[in-house]
Write a new protein. Structure first.
Length: 109
């Protein structure tokens, strides 16, 4: 997966598809590396443990292997808390990305 800011890009990023997440989340480490400009607002969200959190938002373009062109997300959450350090993911793809990219999930084996 490739992730781009307005000025930089990186590839080989590990992502996790989370159909329970409304918004896409980018790790703070990745956002810092890409010099993602944080918007002047924060969004409140509910963590899987039930706690209410707030995170800044930023703008990135995400391109998966099957994307013809990068998908612009102007309101990704920037936060390390939801990331699993054991798996090494740096992006959680939420429903916003799946809907904008017209992704189809196929559960047939």
């Amino acid at each position: 997966m490739e992730v781009r800011s307005d000025t930089m890009r990186t590839s080989g990023i590990k992502a996790f598809i989370d159909t329970g997440a409304d918004l896409t989340i980018v790790s703070a480490r990745l956002a810092k590396r890409l010099h993602v400009k944080k918007a002047g607002v924060e969004i409140a969200w509910m963590a899987s443990n039930g706690s209410r959190e707030t995170s800044p938002i930023g703008r990135v373009r995400i391109r998966a292997e099957d994307d013809e062109s990068p998908i612009l997300r102007e309101d990704v959450l920037i936060d390390d808390a939801p990331m699993d350090p054991e798996t090494g993911e740096q992006v959680i793809l939420g429903l916003d990305y799946l809907q904008k990219g017209k992704k189809v999930l196929d559960f047939d084996d």
